[in-house]
Design a protein around this ligand. Structure first.
Ligand code: V1S
Ligand code: ZN
Length: 314
């Protein structure tokens, strides 16, 4: 069966980057798209023009005062939006709102059946909190998508799977007590790496206890280690029977990333994407949204994200 897979690319999405000396720079989208072109997948996907989210959509997840603060700092164009990882630049509000716009547009179109699957390369900004930026993430597009699915589409079983090297703390703590969000996160443990959260003991709060799965791996873990724990993720998703799957496929878990210590190859990402697509076919008519997340070695992110798109294409 041929798949309808959308990929969001364009200059307004590329603008979400913090400059040449920063790990999250503007070269990343180009590196991905060149790999897509080299492999010919660019001809097989539906190429979507980025769209900027309205403020009220961003405020499905974020506090109004925080969004206003980002707008003000965007006009100013200097300083930091957090404690030193996330510098402001002129137009940062528009760039961050565009990441959200693409993720929400993709979600709406997947739900409407316009296409079955979508990939937003610069999405997956999983550290931002409702009231603050954190770790390169201004607006948490994952959080906005989850709120959209919960409040605007009344979904009761959503799966969020995160294989970025960093724990998805912004998503985890925002929905720690939300039983409709089945959260699974395989990440490098916090002994040397930001944000230091995501221990296996963190399984959700109150009525949501048991709806969260955190799997920290030691530095230098390889594909074999990833595939071994992936079975737990898969069993967890099977018992969740999700209506929609969100896949944050950060490529900073590959060997050669400049800021982390995991040692996977792109095959880990290919494996996870293939298995999640099979689960999406089984439980939710194929509905899966891929969000690029981290990845600071251009070659790595290009091969890992292209492998994810290849799996989405079937
Ligand atoms: N890990 C890591 C890391 N590396 C950096 C960094 C490196 C070079 C720079 F020029 C600027 C920053 N910061 C961090 C982490 C935040 C990582 C965010 C990852 C985002 C994602 O991939 O998960 C999703 C897109 N921050 C820290 O380690 C905090 C500091 C403790 C050290 C760096 N300084 C600048 C702030 C405080
Ligand atoms: Zn990361």
């Amino acid at each position: 069966m041929s798949r309808q897979v959308a990929v969001y690319v364009g200059d307004s999405l590329k603008r979400y980057g913090f400059g040449p000396g920063h790990p999250l720079n503007q070269q990343r989208l180009g590196a991905f798209w060149q790999a897509m072109q080299r492999s010919g997948f660019d001809q097989q996907v539906i190429v979507c023009e980025p769209v900027q989210a309205e403020q009220q959509i961003i405020e499905r997840f974020h506090e109004h005062d925080y969004v206003e603060r980002v707008k003000a700092q965007s006009r100013l164009g200097s300083g930091f939006l957090d404690y030193g990882d996330t510098p402001a630049f002129p137009g940062i509000y528009e760039a961050a709102a565009t990441v959200v716009g693409c993720a929400v547009d993709a979600t709406e179109k997947i739900l409407a059946g316009t296409y079955q699957r979508a990939f937003v390369p610069i999405g997956g900004l999983h550290h931002a909190r409702r009231d603050t930026a954190a770790g390169f993430c201004v607006f948490n597009d994952c959080g906005v998508v989850i709120e959209t699915l919960l409040k605007h589409h009344q979904l009761t079983r959503i799966a969020y799977v995160d294989i970025d090297a960093h724990h998805g703390d912004g998503v985890f703590y925002a929905f720690e007590a939300e039983p409709a969000l089945y959260f699974a996160d395989v990440h490098e443990d916090g002994r040397y790496l930001y944000p230091g959260t995501g221990s296996a003991a963190e399984i959700g709060q109150g009525i949501a206890k048991g709806t969260k799965l955190n799997i920290p791996l030691p530095p230098y873990a390889k594909n074999e280690d990833f595939k071994q724990v992936w079975n737990f993720v898969e069993n967890f998703i099977v018992q969740a029977e999700p209506e929609f799957i969100i896949f944050q496929c950060g490529a900073d878990s590959l060997a050669g990333d400049p800021i982390t210590h995991l040692k996977y190859t792109f095959e880990a990402h290919a494996h996870a994407a293939q298995r999640l697509c099979a689960l999406a076919d089984r439980y939710c008519a194929g509905k899966i949204l891929g969000l690029g997340g981290g990845g600071y070695n251009p070659e790595n992110l290009a091969t890992a994200w292209t492998a994810v798109v290849a799996a989405f294409l079937g």
